[in-house]
Design a binder for this molecule. Structure first.
Ligand code: GTP
Ligand code: MG
Length: 212
């Protein structure tokens, strides 16, 4: 390819990605708005707000291609639409484990959403101790008509998020061919943290509430 043709191809690809990613970004905004409504409702109705903060991201072109290749598909936006459910991602960080289930309950009550996959890694942690509640929500996006897009929702507590952040760093640092020495230790720390947060949650419920 001549430099000009190469630049044109790159611009075309970027424009394709821009167009492709828009409804996924809309899906994230849709769920974020609903979480904001929920948060405000809790602020006015109850003294406890289950949501601490929310993080969102869309998968980059590079990350989409890498994941498709790992799954054995040609890297194309069409394959991404057909085979990936985590192009749009939202992470909801709650205070206590009980709060995660409150938010899950609220989401399940939203009748225009479908949840084709839910995995409770809090009840059933991964062998390394990873805990979170994962849901794929299929969100209606209205344009000239209605289309449906998946959004991966990860719900976890502050403590689970802290552990996952550190575990990610440790795993990233480890050479893949080295024998696995970290998993058992990570599991032990995850379990200890979980025990502590259960005590903190219990304490939260035991301390007397302020009169408003
Ligand atoms: P992926 O192909 O990785 O998306 O796996 P999956 O579709 O089977 O989903 P899974 O529920 O295993 O994990 C999806 C996402 O959860 C990952 O992309 C991470 O963000 C997070 N996650 C899952 N397992 C771990 C873990 O052991 N450690 C950390 N830090 N994050 C994890
Ligand atoms: Mg996934």
């Amino acid at each position: 390819m001549t430099p000009h043709a190469e630049a044109d191809a790159m611009i075309a690809t970027l424009q394709d990605y821009d167009r492709f990613i828009q409804p996924y970004q809309a899906g994230i905004r849709e769920i974020s708005l609903r979480m904001d409504v929920l948060k405000r409702n809790f602020d006015t109705e109850f003294s406890h707000n289950p949501i601490h903060y929310i993080q969102t991201r869309v998968k980059t072109m590079e990350s989409i291609c890498g994941k498709l290749e790992r799954k054995g598909y040609e890297p194309s936006l069409e394959n991404a639409k057909n085979y990936l459910t985590d192009i749009a991602g939202i992470r909801i960080i709650c205070y206590y484990p009980g709060d995660v289930y409150t938010v899950v309950h609220a989401l399940r009550g939203m009748k225009d959403l479908a949840f084709p996959r839910e995995t409770d890694y809090i009840q059933n942690p991964k062998p390394n101790g990873y805990r979170s509640y994962h849901m794929i929500a299929v969100v209606p996006i209205h344009n000239f008509g209605t289309d449906y897009y998946p959004v991966e929702i990860q719900l976890r507590t502050l403590t689970m998020d802290t552990w996952a952040g550190m575990e990610h760093q440790i795993r990233y640092k480890t050479q893949p061919e080295e024998p696995d020495t970290a998993t058992a230790e990570l599991r032990e720390y995850a379990d200890k943290l979980h025990e502590i947060e259960a005590h903190m949650e219990d304490l939260y419920h035991r301390v007397p509430a302020k009169n408003h």
